[in-house]
Each structure stands twice: as structure tokens, then as C-alpha cells.
Design a protein around this ligand. Structure first.
Ligand SMILES: Cc1cc2nc3c(=O)[nH]c(=O)nc-3n(C[C@H](O)[C@H](O)[C@H](O)COP(=O)(O)OP(=O)(O)OC[C@H]3O[C@@H](n4cnc5c(N)ncnc54)[C@H](O)[C@@H]3O)c2cc1C
Length: 382
């Protein structure tokens, strides 16, 4: 079905980003997967080519184009190339972290941080999850107690994407530990601040080239000028930004599912059993047909969500619908695709095997499927 949301400018951007991925990421992906991290140079290269912070104002070095369709293209091209682990850091920087820096910052903060973020010199992360809590954000224990012109931060975070590479960490803290939601604030904690230590790069099931780390804060003196938004409104700021984060994950889920189907269709036409291509057995033909149908339907919904986001209309419930359904679809599709590959589907030299490993987290991070259903269900008054 013809997609109606892209213009010629988007098509040009897609061609340019595809070339960038094929040249700057694909040849190195296996090495980065083994090393468990992408080099900081990747961010510099992406920044130099205009693939970072497209939505940041031009005055600060950004693209000046607040249009999430460009982010959708980046998500699709990363999945097309089968380099999810190497690409996630860039999409986290652009799709998830940037809005905090454009929407919640003072002019002084914008001038301090945005130019480096656009150039790829300052890599970002967002740290909410702690060892004892993930879904129940309001129960977080990391504290930031005001002491004159600084906040004293104590606590720890875990599972933080870009955790090793990050220079600026948007950190959810309790400025009033006696409160739940109302006690939360957001602080930018910077590389090099005394008392800010990183733990190990965590050993994950998939997305190996993505650094995911624990962060520890011991009496870190964070200047009050690093507060994002308003003190005590951290939870609201997170809630305002989470729909875009969830849509970003849904976008990558649909693109990953489509790519898995592409690989599998080619395999099913070529691989023979009992004298015929395995795709021509009716069961397998139906499986392929069902996958294509669901992916096409998901594409239409996600495209519409991107338009709604750009129009400022995407609701938390709609983003939750996109997130849970598309990531569960991705999981179902890649699993069926492994099955269609037979034993080869279990071999890591085949992209479908890696896609299967990379997919598993999608229904968990950014809010689990169960939490998404809670958000949707509560909005229905039940
Ligand atoms: C690779 C990776 C990258 C990540 N990146 C980041 C990051 O950059 N920043 C960050 O802050 N976090 C990040 N996370 C953390 C992620 O967002 C959390 O793991 C996730 O939100 C779930 O939290 P949890 O692990 O504490 O699970 P829990 O909250 O302990 O949940 C455990 C199970 O209980 C279920 N559950 C919990 N509450 C309910 C309920 N009310 N109703 C029904 N079921 C419920 C959950 O759905 C889940 O199945 C990342 C995690 C991973 C693995």
C-alpha cells in the first residue's frame, strides 16, 4: 500500500541516511557487537552528516525541522540494515533524549548543551530505572537534596542505554523523598562530576553493540542550573515525553518485523524440502501471508501516530497502543521467521537469529506491555 506521509525531502534524507548506514555502520557492526559498544566517533560522524538532533533549533546547530517523519526514516533504515544494536544509541539521543533538552531548558542550558549534542560531542542518556524499581517510577530512591546552589545526589540507576558513552544523563531523582510523584525532579548529571561512577557494561541477551550500564551517584554536587524543567514536576515531564519514546520503539518494531519478513521470504523461496520451496507449503504460505497482513496494518497505524505526534495530538493511550501491539507483533514475527529458517535460524551468522535476540527487550523497556495496557485500560475508566 502506498504510504502517504513522505515528501521528496524525506526520500532524499532516506537515501542519504541509507548510504551513511551502509558506509559507517554495516562494515563495523560485527566488531561493535563483539565489543559491546559503538565508538563515540559514530556520533561525531552522524552529527557531521546532519543525522543528529534534526528537531533542535538551527541557532544551536540543529536541523530546525521538528518533524518525526525523519526519525521514522532513521528507525526504518537501521532495521533494514539489520544493525539494531549499533543504531539504538542514535535513536535514543534523537527521539528520546532531545525533547527534554529542547522543551524543558532555559536559553542558558540550550546554549550550553545543544550545540555539542547536535555535533555528536555530547552523547545523552535518560536514567529512570533503579535496581529495585522500573515500572513503579514513583517509588524511586535516588535522592537530590538541595544544598545552596547545588543538589547532593545519592543513589543508583541500572539498565541505562548509552550508559557508558553518555556525557549528559537526564536523571530522575527525588528532591522530596517524603513524596511519591510530587517529589520527583529531573537533573542533568554530567560526565566527570565527582562521585558519578559507571558500573560495568551489562551483558545482555541481544542488542550487543548497545552499551547498557549501571550508574552510581555518591554525594554528587550537581549545580541547580542543571535542573530540567521545574522542581517537583519531574514525573509530569516524564509523562509528557514518554509517548514519543513509546512511538519510537513502535516504529523500530514494525520496521524490524518487516525486515525479518523480507529475509524470510527470500529464504522460503530458495530453500527446498520434499522437492519444493518451503514457502510453497500451504501452512508456510499462510504464515507469510498473515505476517505481511499484520505488518501492513501496523505500518498504517504507526504512520498515523507519527502524523498525530507532529500535529501535537498523539495521546499517551495511543502511544501505549502502538508500543505494546507493535512490539508484541515484532516478537511473534521474528519467532515465526526463525521457525521458517529451520536450524539455520538458530545460527548467529544469519541475521534472523540476531533479530530474534534483539527483539526480546522491545516489550519490556520504555514501559512493559502490561503497563501499556494499564495506561489504556485506565483511560477507559476501568
Ligand atoms: C536493554 C535495556 C535497556 C534499558 N534502557 C533504559 C534506559 O535507557 N533508561 C531507563 O530508565 N531504563 C531503561 N531500561 C529499564 C526498563 O525500562 C525497565 O526494565 C522496564 O521499565 C521494566 O522495569 P523492571 O525491569 O523494574 O520490571 P518490574 O517493574 O519489576 O516488572 C516486572 C514484571 O512485573 C510486571 N508488572 C509490574 N507492574 C505491574 C502492574 N501494575 N500490572 C501488571 N504487571 C506489572 C511487568 O510488566 C513485568 O512483567 C532498560 C532495560 C533494558 C533491559
Amino acid at each position: 500500500m502506498r504510504r502517504t506521509l513522505f515528501t521528496d525531502d524525506h526520500d532524499l534524507f532516506r537515501t542519504a541516511f541509507r548510504t551513511f548506514v551502509d558506509k559507517e555502520i554495516v562494515p563495523h557492526h560485527d566488531t561493535w557487537e563483539r565489543e559491546g559498544i559503538v565508538p563515540r566517533d559514530l556520533f561525531l560522524a552522524a552529527g557531521a552528516n546532519g543525522f543528529l538532533c534534526m528537531a533542535a533549533p538551527e541557532a544551536y546547530g540543529g536541523g530546525g525541522v521538528d518533524d518525526f517523519r525523519y526519525n521514522l526514516i532513521i528507525a526504518e533504515e537501521i532495521q533494514r540494515a539489520g544493525v539494531a544494536g549499533s543504531g539504538l544509541g542514535i535513536t535514543l539521543h534523537n527521539d528520546i533524549c532531545l525533547p527534554y533538552f529542547t522543551d524543558l531548558t532555559t536559553d542558558e542550558q540550550k546554549a550550553r548543551w545543544l550545540p555539542g549534542m547536535c555535533r555528536g560531542e555530547l552523547i545523552t542518556a535518560v536514567a529512570m530505572t533503579e535496581p529495585t524499581m522500573g515500572s513503579d517510577l514513583a517509588s524511586m530512591r535516588t535522592t537530590a537534596i538541595r544544598d545552596g546552589d547545588t543538589y547532593r545526589v545519592n543513589g543508583s540507576k541500572t539498565f541505562i542505554t548509552n550508559g557508558i558513552n553518555a556525557d549528559l544523563v537526564i536523571t530522575a531523582v527525588k528532591t522530596d523523598p517524603s513524596e511519591r510523584h510530587k517529589g520527583m525532579s529531573l537533573l542533568v548529571i554530567e560526565r566527570g562530576m565527582a562521585g558519578f561512577e559507571r558500573g560495568r557494561n551489562l551483558d545482555k541477551v541481544g542488542l550487543h553493540a548497545q552499551d547498557t550500564a549501571e550508574l552510581f551517584f555518591t554525594d554528587v554536587a550537581v549545580p541547580a542550573t542543571n535542573l530540567l524543567g521545574e522542581e517537583g514536576r519531574g514525573f509530569h515531564h516524564l509523562v509528557d515525553n514518554l509517548p514519543q519514546e513509546r512511538l519510537s520503539i513502535a516504529m523500530s518494531a514494525v520496521a524490524a518485523a518487516r525486515q525479518a519478513l523480507e529475509w524470510t521470504l527470500a529464504y522460503a523461496k530458495e530453500r527446498e524440502a520434499f522437492g519444493q520451496p518451503i514457502g510453497s507449503f500451504q501452512h508456510n504460505r499462510f504464515t507469510l501471508a498473515e505476517m505481511r497482513t499484520e505488518i501492513d496494518i501496523a505500518t498504517v497505524f504507526v504512520d498515523r501516530c507519527v502524523e498525530a505526534l507532529d500535529d501535537g495530538e498523539l495521546t499517551a493511550e495511543e502511544a501505549a497502543e502502538a508500543k505494546w501491539w507493535c512490539t508484541e507483533l515484532q516478537k511473534r514475527v521474528v519467532d515465526a521467521c526463525v521457525q521458517l529458517h529451520g536450524g539455520y535460524g538458530y545460527m548467529l551468522e544469519y541475521p534472523i537469529a540476531r533479530a530474534w535476540l534483539d527483539a526480546r527487550i522491545q516489550t519490556i523497556y520504555g514501559g512493559t506491555t502490561e503497563i501499556m495496557k494499564e495506561i489504556i485500560g485506565r483511560s477507559m475508566g476501568v
